[in-house]
Design a binder for this molecule. Structure first.
Ligand SMILES: Nc1ncnc2c1ncn2[C@@H]1O[C@H](COP(=O)(O)OP(=O)(O)O)[C@@H](O)[C@H]1O
Ligand SMILES: [Mg+2]
Length: 373
């Protein structure tokens, strides 16, 4: 994960995009439910969520390609809720590059400029500029089929930027590319976005993409927003079990509250930071990430330290995905043990080990329906 610069939200009082109460229905099916969202100038915001949760529908409402059933959208202080697509100010890139196969690269890039009636010399200058911007100056005379997928997507990006739009919309722009190209383009798009300072929204179902590229992430599920936050906030402080599950990997330990800061999960008392305002015995889920479980240098700690039997160990490149059985209980937790931990502590399947579940790394959610006191 790259270090995050403070979100543009903190430095700029006025949102560039204001989405209020946006609902979208397809016949009886509600694809978006009363979405409220502010996006600030120069921000890179990702809509992240599983397939079918409404990401594209929201992007299409913002673009006017598919108008919302209810609610309003304003851009740059102007209400665009009912503005026709061709009067809106955005560039868009789709998953399928959608280049014109019969046009040369330079003419693909020039397309919007020609439609806008720009002069020949202006078009020629701008196309040269745009091809340089995406590092493909030498491809101007080729046809799309002669370019790789990654190159075609850069051309699609250049075309989207041709008219210097105020807003760049990207709908799964990397999903059709292979892993290596995807990783490289991720960096290139983010870099370009920062150089241009263009407000950008990217739709993705790929958490790694969202975490590495975004200033803020909007996590969506079933037509609703689950959480809006920086990558660090969404990853470290998921606002709901859904977010905890969708972003990163997570142990979900079912239990009941035994004190404001303690839950009992299958016989294991786990103390967590903070206090819950629910009655004792409320059903809760304690969440802990496999990488947050500590197995070394825990002598002296006495909270949330357990003897465990080592179960299956799966080598996954930079760590061992390991199952730990907490002794005297039937609680199993997944822990990521580093190569060094495994080597230095001689961890092996069937062995025993001490494990610490750090109180400040536990997230606890009350079971839906539980009433706060
Ligand atoms: N034109 C349409 N007609 C009917 N249902 C649609 C239409 N477009 C999208 N949907 C439905 O709306 C939901 C959200 O779709 P979409 O926004 O494309 O999801 P995502 O981009 O998050 O994968 C899905 O259940 C999808 O089937
Ligand atoms: Mg989609």
């Amino acid at each position: 994960m790259q270090t995050q610069t403070p979100s543009a939200a903190s430095s700029s009082p006025e949102p560039y995009l204001k989405i209020r109460g946006v609902t979208k229905r397809f016949d009886k099916f509600t694809a978006l439910q009363a979405i409220d969202l502010d996006i600030y100038p120069g921000e890179f915001v990702s809509f992240l969520g599983p397939s079918g949760c409404g990401k594209t529908t929201l992007l299409r409402a913002i673009s006017g390609l598919d108008v919302q059933s209810e609610g309003t959208i304003s851009q740059g202080g102007k209400d665009i809720s009912t503005l026709p697509v061709n009067q809106r100010d955005f560039g868009i890139v789709f998953q399928s590059y959608a280049l014109f196969p019969n046009l040369r690269i330079k003419d693909n890039v020039a397309y919007g400029l020609v439609s806008a009636g720009r002069s020949r010399s202006e078009i020629s200058t701008r196309v040269t500029e745009l091809l340089a911007l995406v590092g493909l100056s030498d491809q101007a005379m080729k046809f799309p089929a002669q370019l790789s997928g990654g190159q075609q997507q850069r051309i699609a990006l250049a075309r989207a930027l041709a008219l210097s739009p105020g807003l760049l919309l990207l709908d799964e722009p990397l999903s059709a590319l292979d892993a290596r190209v995807r990783a490289r383009l991720r960096g290139e798009i983010r870099d370009l976005q920062q150089r241009l300072g263009i407000t950008t929204i990217m739709v993705t179902h790929d958490q790694e993409e969202a975490l590495t590229m975004s200033d803020r992430i909007v996590v969506m599920s079933r037509g609703r927003i689950e959480q809006v936050g920086t990558p660090d906030e969404v990853y470290s402080r998921p606002a709901s079990p859904f977010v905890a599950d969708f972003v990163g990997r997570m142990n979900f330990l079912d239990g009941r509250l035994v004190a404001p800061n303690q839950a009992n999960c299958k016989g294991v008392d786990l103390t967590f930071a903070g206090e819950m305002t629910y009655a004792a015995e409320t059903q809760v889920t304690v969440c802990v990430r496999p990488e947050d479980i500590v197995v070394r240098n825990i002598n002296g700690a006495n909270t949330n330290v357990f003897d465990a039997d080592v179960g299956v160990m799966e080598f996954v490149g930079n760590h061992f995905a390991t199952t730990l059985h907490i002794n005297g209980t039937n609680l199993n937790v997944a822990a990521d043990l580093s190569m060094n931990d495994v080597r230095d502590l001689g961890v092996k399947p069937g062995g025993t080990i001490k494990a610490l579940l750090p109180a400040d790394r536990l997230r606890v959610f009350a079971t839906p329906g539980a009433a706060a006191q």
